[in-house]
Design a protein around this ligand. Structure first.
Ligand SMILES: [Zn+2]
Length: 328
């Protein structure tokens, strides 16, 4: 990270600590919908949104909300909340028991109904590490690659004496599962391996909403630690081609208006293509990852969140794919 990024992160961290330590149980902030005319960035400061506004709900349709909460180093992690007739469906949690508990408390300001369903959009800890505060007995939907990863994480956590990882009892059997929550129809889709390998999306056909979890990082550098770099491009293209989608919701970065959400998903797809191409070019120079990282030219992407941290990770992963070393 650049020095200015680090400095800004420290400021944001301090502001976040203040807001969490202060009056954090006022009724939830709910904005009527995504804001129009915003700068294209994941940075709340650049968008002019004070950190005291988070966490907040962004109303997407009747009974459907995006939940934006700030994570380090200062951009949002987004969860989806669908209020059904007898219970609530969540897609993705937050990154710690405290953050997920705050989300559950905020959901109570919208509805008294209990949580009944949880979709594992991303198996990564910044979305699942708070899942031990979810009620027992809820129905999990998880893709088999993510279930396998959560089992590995659970074993590793037990060995290291860390907090237990919640492992759903079973994986979905196909690539699609429909849940009638009483107020609307929810279709969980696996469009292929992208950011985690078990990436699930949540489609609400009537509302024309697609929650993409970490397959869509809005103005955050493509994070590839566990990614499938070229398949990720195909997955975003499949999402863009789906019928009955107007509004694409990211797993990180801001929820945009429907028209901007499509433009930004195209921009993000192009960013993944660019990262693939640049890493491939660097491989051709026969450099070490370290030297390749120094010589890399990411253009505008170098100003996106996590660029400094994620660029060498992406180079390594793209090279692994080019060498045929990714899991089949
Ligand atoms: Zn994440």
């Amino acid at each position: 990270m650049t020095r200015s990024h680090t400095f800004r992160s420290a400021l944001i961290g301090a502001a976040l600590a203040t807001s969490l330590g202060g009056v954090s149980f006022l009724s939830a902030q709910t904005v009527a919908g995504p804001a129009t005319g915003q700068p294209r960035t994941a940075d709340p400061a650049v968008r002019g949104i004070p950190l005291s506004e988070f966490p907040r709900f962004v109303k997407l349709a009747d009974n459907v909300y995006g939940y934006e909460e700030i994570r380090q180093p200062g951009f949002t992690t987004v969860s989806l909340v669908v209020v059904g007739r007898d219970g609530v469906l969540i897609a993705d949690g937050q990154g710690s028991p405290a953050a997920t508990q705050t989300m559950l408390d905020r959901i109570k300001t919208i509805t008294p109904l209990p949580i009944k369903w949880y979709i594992v959009g991303s198996d990564h800890g910044d979305h699942t590490a708070g899942n031990n505060v979810l009620p027992a007995g809820i129905t999990y939907v998880v893709q088999r690659n993510s279930l396998a990863q959560l089992k590995r994480d659970s074993t590793a956590a037990a060995t290291a004496g860390r907090a237990a990882v919640i492992v759903p009892p079973r994986a979905m059997t196909g690539d699609e599962e429909t849940i009638d929550v009483g107020t609307t129809r929810v279709v969980v889709k696996f469009l292929g391996r992208a950011h985690t390998g078990g990436d699930l999306m949540v489609h609400l056909p009537r509302e024309q909403i697609l929650f993409m979890s970490e397959a869509y990082l809005n103005r955050v550098f493509p994070a590839m630690r566990s990614a499938y770099p070229s398949e990720w491009v195909e997955v975003t293209n499949k999402a863009l081609a789906l019928p009955n989608v107007r509004h694409f919701i990211p797993g990180h970065g801001f929820i945009e208006t429907p028209a901007v959400s499509r433009e930004e998903l195209v921009r993000f797809r192009d960013a993944i293509i660019q990262v693939n191409a640049e890493a491939k070019r660097l491989k051709g120079l026969g450099l070490s990852v370290e030297d390749a990282n120094k010589q890399a030219n990411w253009g505008e992407l170098s100003g996106w969140f996590l660029a400094g941290q994620q660029a060498p990770v992406a180079i390594r992963k793209v090279w692994e794919e080019l060498d045929g070393k990714l899991p089949k």
